[in-house]
Design a protein around this ligand. Structure first.
Ligand code: ADP
Ligand code: MG
Length: 457
């Protein structure tokens, strides 16, 4: 029970950060102890312990509070747990062609060295084709991924999946990797987020290990790169990726790439990469429809040995529409809440929990977002939508575009139109600019948070 609580907390944390960071900081964490006053979370090492204490403790305490537990949280670095088999398999030999068995290599604990290959994180066996529910929005992607798994490198190469967050891109790509490994345990399947690729590349340069890095990636049988949009604008890394891509493609090795948007919409992506990304097949994934969302919920609940009744299922599927990760988060929260109190999940509990769960009220319109943003920055609506280019109007306009993207997942042409612009590249640049700046500009980040909060009350 303690760990199901922690799973629920992890579910919420995962919503607030990129998959790469989530895995880096929260993989292999678990509840060690819990009593009335405190809960102790075991983490893999001291480095991670310190980072979590500094950066995430407040968030974790708050989430627990929301679950009804006002409690002190402590972290303890425990000896690295033996990774599950799936994690072993993807820690691959840095040298292509070397036949050392994978299990021998994991003796070096994760992150023990700055050398990229030792802290590789990768496939999670939880993501399979079997537990992926197929329905409108994802069926084409599912079929293409199955083809890539049964005949890697022959049919759709590269396979490029794109679409909003939490709709199953990572799940499907990982399922390909897992399925290939199940058939051929020695296959060199490399799964990497583009952020991780970047980080490894930078480290390899710094520690003069670039040839290991290059060999490693070019020695892959299957290369899966998740969230490739983060590589955009990083010239050197893009160049390296370009060469890796070519080498693998020429050798008919399967390449699978995901992104939150279509290749042509990644503004600072090098043209030659963009053109290669569309060589094979690109698939626009959409949020699954209502029936599919219900099926997903029931399957996930069944995984916890709980039969969710129709009313609760439909309530959740209606109220969490855009994002399967949020849907799963809401379900986990409900199940953990009920388990802790020995209750049966019902619609009343679901609705009171969802009330506190920050779901997007579905009636927010583009216009409301623009108005809210305008009001926040005290810019008249006609200026937001008009031609003026003064800085104190341009920035709010860009923020509005960013909000339309992050809150409503509108397409770029639609975003441009909503703000009276003809050219959708303006929208792409604006969204990217705000995305980037909000990382280091606290004021901007606060403004965005405030606008969002107002929208949701
Ligand atoms: P993305 O990479 O598109 O942001 P993920 O693949 O991480 O999304 O999916 C988010 C969560 O939702 C994962 O836990 C995944 O297992 C689950 N999920 C998404 N789509 C489905 C589906 N069709 N069937 C079952 N689970 C799904
Ligand atoms: Mg993903």
């Amino acid at each position: 029970m303690q760990n199901s609580l922690w799973q629920a907390v992890l579910g919420e944390i995962e919503l607030s950060m990129s998959r790469g960071s989530f895995i880096t900081w929260f993989k292999n964490t678990s509840v060690l102890r819990q009593d009335e006053e405190s809960i102790t979370i075991g983490v893999p090492n001291v480095f991670i312990k310190q980072h979590i204490e500094r950066k995430f403790n407040t968030m974790i305490t708050d989430i627990l509070k929301k679950q009804g537990l006002t409690i002190r949280v402590e972290y303890k670095a425990s000896a690295a747990r033996k990774p599950a088999l799936d994690e072993e398999q993807i820690i691959l030999s840095p040298t292509p062609g070397a036949t050392t068995s994978a299990s021998k290599q994991i003796k070096t604990p994760a992150r023990s060295s700055a050398l990229a290959h030792n802290y590789r994180q990768g496939l999670n066996e939880r993501y399979t084709f079997e537990n992926f529910i197929v329905g409108s929005g994802n069926e084409l992607a599912y079929a293409a991924c199955q083809a890539a798994a049964t005949q890697p490198g022959t049919k759709y190469n590269p396979l490029f999946l794109y679409g909003g967050v939490g709709i199953g891109k990572t799940h499907l790509m990982q399922a390909v990797g897992n399925s290939i490994l199940a058939g051929k345990p020695t296959a060199r399947v490399v799964y990497v987020s583009s952020e991780q690729f970047l980080q490894e590349f930078v480290d390899a340069l710094r520690f003069k290990k670039i040839s290991d890095f290059v060999d490693f990636y070019r020695g892959a049988d299957v290369l899966i790169v998740d969230d490739v949009q983060f590589i955009a604008g990083k010239e050197k890394a893009q160049e390296e990726f370009f060469h890796t891509f070519n080498a693998l493609h020429q050798a008919n090795k399967q390449i699978i790439i995901s992104s939150d948007r279509a290749p042509r919409e990644i503004a600072t992506l090098e043209e030659r990469l963009r053109s290669r990304f569309v060589w094979g097949m690109s698939i626009d994934m959409q949020t699954p429809d209502f029936e599919t969302r219900c099926a997903i919920l029931q399957t996930k609940a069944a995984g916890h040995d709980i039969e969710l009744d129709k009313e609760v299922t439909e309530y959740l599927a209606t109220n969490v529409q855009t994002n399967i990760r949020e849907l799963e988060g809401a379900l986990n929260q409900l199940l953990a809440f009920c388990e802790m109190r020995g209750l049966q999940p019902d619609i009343n509990i679901a609705s009171s929990l969802l009330g506190s769960h920050q779901t997007r009220p579905k009636h927010i319109s583009a216009k409301q977002i623009i108005e809210r943003t305008a009001r926040h920055f005290q810019v008249p609506m006609e200026d937001m939508l008009g031609p003026k280019r003064d800085k104190d109007i341009v920035v709010p306009r860009q923020v509005a575009m960013y909000m339309l993207r992050s809150e409503l997942h509108l397409s770029f042409p639609k975003i441009a139109r909503e703000l009276g612009r003809k050219d959708h590249t303006t929208a792409i640049h604006s969204v990217e600019k705000i995305e980037k700046e909000s990382h280091f500009d606290v004021e901007l980040r606060t403004a965005i948070a405030e606008i969002k909060e107002r929208l949701h009350v």
